[in-house]
Write a protein that binds this ligand. Structure first.
Ligand code: OGA
Ligand code: MN
Length: 214
């Protein structure tokens, strides 16, 4: 007997509903072509301009007083985004993520109330070792999203997001290429993940849906 793949490509279900359904069932999902190619291209150009203008900072580990730059753990550079001053293409990105937030709340009752995001550049040779996205002692970051902006990404470029898909079987993982238009999502507190060394400059927007402080 042949099994019908769950993710039939001809599905007419809107992306946000499908992402939320998979988050509810398995805790993670990878959605190709989440935004149209024009928007992705504009985002890549704007991000590259900001990079060249020196608006990025070395990313670190921890928050507040415990923030430290640890290049042996991660060596990407980031620029936090401000929705209020977003360009047209960035506003489209935030609007799509707002749709996703509503779909997730409808299906998972998580009470997500806001979204924080940054651009990230991994210069050639950069990586981010295996980690969880929730800060110790806080449960606010609930769903992680990574949206990729890289055209013509080939396996030999490395830089995959390695997502450990089974929290009780540490050897199970999938490798997600950071290909333009792909949105990866997962529950921030449950899924270990890492960015394998990228041989080419790797551009992305990483963000988190958050719950309210208790
Ligand atoms: C992060 C992260 C993954 C990626 O920034 O916390 O894990 O694929 N990013 O960029
Ligand atoms: Mn992470």
């Amino acid at each position: 007997m042949q099994l019908i793949p769950q993710d039939h490509p001809a599905t007419l279900e809107p992306d946000c509903t499908r992402i939320a359904t998979h988050l509810a069932q398995q805790g993670w999902y990878v959605c190709p072509n989440f935004l149209d190619a024009e928007t992705v291209k504009a985002l890549r150009q704007q991000m590259f301009q900001a990079w060249q203008a020196g608006q990025f900072r070395h990313a670190g580990i921890g928050r507040g007083d415990s923030f430290k730059i640890r290049p042996q753990i991660r060596n990407d550079q980031v620029m936090w985004l401000d929705q209020a001053s977003a360009t047209e293409s960035l506003a489209s990105y935030f609007a799509a993520l707002e749709d996703l937030r509503t779909s997730i709340n409808r299906q998972l009752y998580l009470g997500l109330f806001d979204y924080e995001a940054h651009y990230a550049v991994y210069p050639p040779g950069s990586f981010y070792k295996k980690h969880l996205d929730q800060f110790r002692g806080t449960g606010l970051r609930t769903i992680t999203t990574t949206f990729y902006l890289n055209d013509n990404w080939l396996p030999e470029h490395g830089g995959q997001l390695r997502l450990y898909t089974n929290p009780i079987v540490p050897t199970e993982f999938i490798d997600i290429p950071p290909a333009a238009g792909t949105l990866a999502t997962f529950l921030s507190a449950e899924f270990l993940h890492e960015v394998l060394p990228a041989k080419r400059e790797r551009l992305s927007i990483t963000g988190w849906f958050r719950r309210r402080e208790p």
